[in-house]
Design a protein around this ligand. Structure first.
Ligand SMILES: [Zn+2]
Ligand SMILES: [Zn+2]
Length: 338
């Protein structure tokens, strides 16, 4: 029986899950962000201003959803506002539209003047002692998860981080594989940290975002979220389940599997790569025409996968268009494939 790996029920909504506004260090107001993203066909924006979670429910209507979120950072040295050493940046997405505080709130880490005006008396004193250690960052993630929040690990390359910095993180929901603001400034992320985490059995989802601070950073990386409708609850549930893919260009129309044959339908692309937790790769390159409907027989992988070489078995699909822009599916694990 044919099994659809990419959801087929519901609508796909285009989302930018990482943006900064005049609430922190962005150049555009939340209203301007809504307007320019809607003009480009987006339905969802997560407002991730630095160090403060400010709801923008007033922007939400029947064709636009504002997700309540924040980006927090922990620097290698904490005695300055910001320094060019290693840093952890995490986005924290709230399951409640009107959440305005988060238990890791730290006034001493506030960025830029506008943010202060949003601090409520009850938020004062909710500081959290952030240290540049895996344990300390895991404590932030744990607290966020306790509040039902989703946590993403952002732009490892710009953050100057390597394997030792991220492999011990627990409770992550997503990881940025593509960050437009970083990429356009020369810090190009890759899918390697994603595979590193997956191979350790950490079921994170791939994200492509803009991290927009100004117009220059906009309209690169996005996610396509499949949800029953555009309500906060439905979209958040879809995000939590991983009913989305990440892209900087290509569009997935279908990923399905039947009798070990994977069918990938997409916008026209130059490459379709189906990678696994091992070195085994199923790949197709466009010859005379671009690819938009590819079948790949992965029975070889499914058979060797039962040998138990690695207990964390998965496949995932990458599309690359003619301009070199990628799109990433989430990872599909063995229990979904057999
Ligand atoms: Zn960041
Ligand atoms: Zn950011």
């Amino acid at each position: 029986m044919k099994k659809y790996l990419l959801p087929v029920k519901g609508n796909f909504y285009k989302a930018n899950l990482h943006v900064h506004t005049t609430v922190s260090d962005g150049r555009m107001t939340p209203e301007e962000i809504k307007r320019i993203y809607m003009e480009k066909g987006y339905s969802i924006v997560a407002f991730t201003d630095h160090e403060i979670m400010v709801p923008h429910a007033e922007l939400t209507d029947e064709s636009f959803l504002a997700i309540t979120s924040t980006e927090i950072s922990t620097n290698e040295r904490c005695d300055c506002d910001f320094c060019y050493t290693k840093t952890y940046h995490l986005n924290i997405y709230s399951p409640e539209e009107n959440k305005s505080s988060f238990s890791t709130f730290d006034r001493s880490k506030m960025w830029l003047s506008h943010s202060y005006s949003y601090i409520t008396p009850e938020q004062e004193g909710k500081g959290y002692n952030r240290l540049y250690t895996t344990e300390s960052v895991n404590e932030v993630i744990r607290l966020a998860n306790e509040e039902g929040c989703l946590v993403s690990y952002n732009h490892p390359v710009w953050s100057l981080q390597d394997y030792s910095d991220y492999i011990g993180l627990e409770g992550l929901w997503g990881i940025e594989l593509y960050n437009t603001g970083c990429a356009r400034n020369g810090y190009v992320d890759s899918d390697k940290p994603f595979d590193d985490l997956l191979r350790r059995g950490k079921k994170v989802f791939p994200l492509a975002t803009d991290d927009a601070h100004r117009l220059f950073d906009c309209f690169g990386g996005f996610v396509m979220v499949c949800a029953e409708n555009l309500s906060y609850e439905k979209v958040f549930d879809s995000l939590r389940r991983g009913d989305f893919y990440a892209s900087a260009g290509p569009i997935f129309n279908e990923i399905s599997i039947e009798n070990g044959i994977v069918n990938i339908k997409s916008s026209p692309v130059a490459y379709v790569n189906l990678s696994t937790d091992t070195r085994l790769l199923y790949s197709r390159k466009a010859e005379d025409e671009l690819l938009s409907n590819v079948t790949l027989d992965i029975n070889g992988y499914l058979n060797t996968a039962s040998d138990g070489i690695n207990e964390h078995r998965y496949i995932r699909v990458t599309l690359i268009d003619e301009a070199g822009n990628p799109a990433y599916s989430r990872a599909y694990f063995m229990d979904e494939l057999k």
